[in-house]
Write a protein that binds this ligand. Structure first.
Ligand SMILES: Nc1ncnc2c1ncn2[C@@H]1O[C@H](COP(=O)(O)OP(=O)(O)OP(=O)(O)O)[C@@H](O)[C@H]1O
Length: 220
């Protein structure tokens, strides 16, 4: 084997083994998680990706298996749960939803940072796994402003807003527990919050973009 070929194999092996650290973004409903994540995706279209979750609910028109979700029957999902294949699971409207370890690994294999948008229970579950992501909490400036934002969003019924507000209190209390989150981003002014979030992820983004550049150069 000549030297050039050996170096090429070593570089390829390094790139193939590169797995960016996933990030968990959590916070009360209406705190601005989607808004901030969407900005990240827009500014760095190749750096981030969502994993595809599993669900027992039936696909809606236009939804495709393995794109929006892996649509699986309940008995299959229960078997996967028993085999500890999920990082976190949740039940909503009598349907199970879960993030599988494989789905997150699939994103990491592509060299992108997997973004997990989960609630307090999800954070608790993921903390018990060996995933070791970066845990980021998006905090609203106050309960009152959170309520205003939820109302202004006009996506929820009054009862849904009340439920979200109730859960937000628990979420905010939980965020104060030591060692739960690595970073707390205060989402008061959106541009400031986004700058803070980017600062936290700066090194991770840089490494991912650098690896992608290397990979692309390597393929040329
Ligand atoms: N800094 C901000 N200032 C004013 N409005 C904001 C700010 N951040 C987000 N919003 C608005 O607040 C509303 C809630 O934000 P968003 O939908 O991103 O929250 P979320 O945390 O993703 O909620 P959910 O968990 O319910 O999906 C949206 O209408 C959004 O445009």
């Amino acid at each position: 084997m000549n030297n050039y070929f050996r170096i090429w194999i070593r570089t390829f092996a390094k790139l193939a083994a590169f797995r960016p650290r996933p990030i968990v973004v959590s916070g009360p409903s209406g705190s601005g998680k989607s808004t901030l994540i969407n900005q990240l995706f827009k500014e760095y279209p190749t750096a981030f990706a969502f994993s595809v979750s599993h669900t027992t609910r039936t696909a809606r028109p236009g939804e495709q298996n393995a794109r929006e979700y892996y649509f699986v029957p309940r008995h299959q999902m229960e078997k996967m749960i028993a085999q500890r294949e999920f990082l976190e699971i949740t039940e909503f409207s009598s349907n199970l939803y879960g993030t599988s370890k494989n789905a997150v690994e699939d994103v990491a294999k592509t060299g992108r940072i997997c973004v997990l948008d989960v609630d307090k229970q999800g954070v608790k579950s993921i903390r018990k796994t060996d995933l070791h992501p970066l845990f980021i909490y998006i905090s609203p400036p106050s309960y009152e402003i959170l309520e205003q934002r939820l109302r202004a969003r006009k996506t929820d019924s009054e009862s849904a807003i009340q439920k979200r507000l109730q859960e937000s209190k628990e979420s905010m209390e939980f965020s104060k527990e030591p060692g739960v989150y690595d970073h707390i981003v205060l989402n008061d002014k959106l541009d400031v919050a986004y700058k803070d979030l980017k600062e936290i992820l700066h090194k991770d983004i840089e490494v991912v973009l650098q690896q992608q550049k290397l990979h692309n150069t390597d393929r040329k």
